[in-house]
Design a protein around this ligand. Sequence first.
Ligand code: MEV
Length: 317
Amino acid sequence: MRAVAKAPGKIILFGEHAVVFGKPALAMAVNCQARVEIRRVEEEHIQITVPSLDVTGTIKGDGVLECSGTGKQGILNYILQSIQLAELEGGLEVHVELEIPIGAGMGSSAAVTVATLAALAKLEGQALDRGLLAQQAHQVEQLVQGAASPLDTAVSAYGGLVHLNRDGEVENLEVPGPLPLVVACTSSRGNTGELVAGVRRKRSHYPGVVDPILEAMEQITIQARKALLDGEKEVVGGLMNINHGLLDALGVNTMELSTMAYQARAAGALGSKITGAGGGGAIIAYAPEHFDAVLSKLREEEEAFPVELSIVGVELE
Ligand code: MEV
């Protein structure tokens, strides 16, 4: 018995961090994914291998997780929580192929979680239910990270360009024309749980300052949604730049991220900003013109690559 599922990573265009406080956000699934293969096995163990991260975790009868390999083991928690949630009994072997950089704000944990839950559901003979998977994966992210909005998991489950409204409702939007975007990753990685907690602390220390920032972020997402749908490129870029400044004000920026954001603008990007939790991780640059110049400028120092919208969400293989 074997099941395989794939789910895409994501970038957040507008509204990260604010979305944790119930504000709307816009994000899109991108063309890199997590592929999770799960087999039922005779051995009474759960074994998880993630070769691209050089991580292996095994749980035997005593319930203790033994890890080997040189990579970061955090991703194992998402898989184990998913298995626990699915209440599957018996031995399992889980093999993960990950094209999404981890800790880069590109939704690697959400994609792995959604794909794991989809494969587990298939093993139990259930049909693919994106709404249910998004909901369950959000539950897993909350358990592992302490706090998480439903955004990343919704994008991985549904694919496409996603607007999440104040009530957590997901809407797939159709953008007229391409979205020329470059992602550039810093060498340092952010910890989403800690960064979200840091913003929460800042808000409790300075509610009169932080609440208006979150409200401004909400306005940005509202106006950016309209500008994207109307093809108003300058407005989209301008709003990205303001969003970056506000994320800086929330304390999730780094010198490396800002340097890349400004380099992208100097090379001709209409807008650039942190994408995801920040604190390291990645920026996006929106470059309807001078795309190649922006890409090569960012590649001078860091790993940079074009990303494309993936209209496909989680899928069974
Ligand atoms: C992380 O990709 C985005 C954050 O807004 C956290 C979340 O939405 O759970 C920082």
